[in-house]
Design a protein around this ligand. Structure first.
Ligand SMILES: C[S@@+](CC[C@H](N)C(=O)[O-])C[C@H]1O[C@@H](n2cnc3c(N)ncnc32)[C@H](O)[C@@H]1O
Ligand SMILES: Nc1nc2[nH]cc(C(=O)O)c2c(=O)[nH]1
Ligand code: SF4
Ligand SMILES: [Mg+2]
Length: 235
């Protein structure tokens, strides 16, 4: 089954969430059931860039071509990879190569292949995104993964987003919880100014977290890749 692929890149480091710092390749799929107001990967769904419809085996070939033997971890992101059934085969092929596989998804659509993933990040969207979480879907998604290496990650832009994050952490108290600063300026090419802004936002989010009795067991992170490479794509 073919998968629409926007880009394959790496090795780089995972800049976000539960395995931050992990050396990894990225496979970014096309298409999303959401359209977040601040999506930093909107080219995956806004029609501005065309995807390549390719078989899982060909993706593995591309990974080898680009990464050689310098990796053992592959992160599948998007878009929402969970709109594609064909990822199932890609996971199997990666595992046959001895690679671990991670996924980034918002938890809006369940696929049985998620159970095969080694590092699962579910990222429900706060009010600033203008998206509405379907909690029936999200409950189902989280329930399926009780014994898996899974985490929740909420991006926070403002106080309402933080309140949403508290609600999510309370709802799924046993799932490792990550807060991530939002990047408000996804088109800036001034890396130094962006870095300063993001560090200020990080300090703000740390303070919100340290003052919250709900967040006693939360982890607060920036997007590490954005601190290093700004809004550059394919890193
Ligand atoms: C581009 S999304 C793709 C995967 C999936 N659709 C999702 O949202 O989880 C990957 C991660 O980037 C985060 N993200 C997107 N735009 C962002 C921004 N402007 N600032 C910070 N994080 C952002 C998302 O919340 C998600 O955790
Ligand atoms: N280095 C790096 N880390 C990331 N973590 C999540 C990403 C994503 O866009 O899903 C991403 C990305 O695009 N690059
Ligand atoms: S769910 Fe993810 S890919 Fe889809 S619009 Fe939101 S941030 Fe972008
Ligand atoms: Mg990204």
């Amino acid at each position: 089954m073919k998968i629409p692929v926007m880009e394959v890149f790496g090795p780089t480091i995972q800049g976000e969430g539960m395995v931050i710092g992990q050396k990894t390749m990225f496979v970014r799929t096309g298409g999303c059931d959401y359209s977040c107001s601040w999506c930093d990967s909107r080219f995956t769904w806004d029609g501005s860039v065309r995807s390549n419809l390719i078989e899982a085996a060909e993706i593995v070939d591309q990974l080898k071509q680009i990464g050689g033997e310098t990796f053992s971890h592959v992160t599948i992101s998007g878009g929402n990879p969970a709109i594609h059934k064909g990822i199932d085969q890609l996971i199997d092929l990666c595992h046959e190569e001895g690679w671990k596989v991670a996924v980034e998804t918002q938890g809006s659509i369940w696929q049985n292949w998620v159970k095969k993933i080694d590092d699962i990040t579910i990222s429900p969207k706060p009010p600033s995104s203008k998206m509405e979480t379907n909690f029936e879907q999200l409950d189902h998604f989280v329930e399926q993964l009780e014994d898996r290496h899974v985490s929740l990650k909420v991006v926070v832009f403002d106080d309402d987003d933080f309140t949403f994050a508290e609600m999510i952490h309370r709802r799924y108290p046993y799932v490792p919880f990550y807060l991530q600063i939002g990047n408000e300026d996804i088109s800036s090419t001034d890396d130094r100014e962006l870095l300063l802004t993001l560090l200020q936002r990080y300090e703000w989010l740390i303070e919100k977290t340290t003052n919250s009795i709900v967040m006693n067991d939360a982890k607060v992170l920036p997007q590490l890749h954005t601190l290093i490479w700004g809004n550059k794509r394919g890193v």
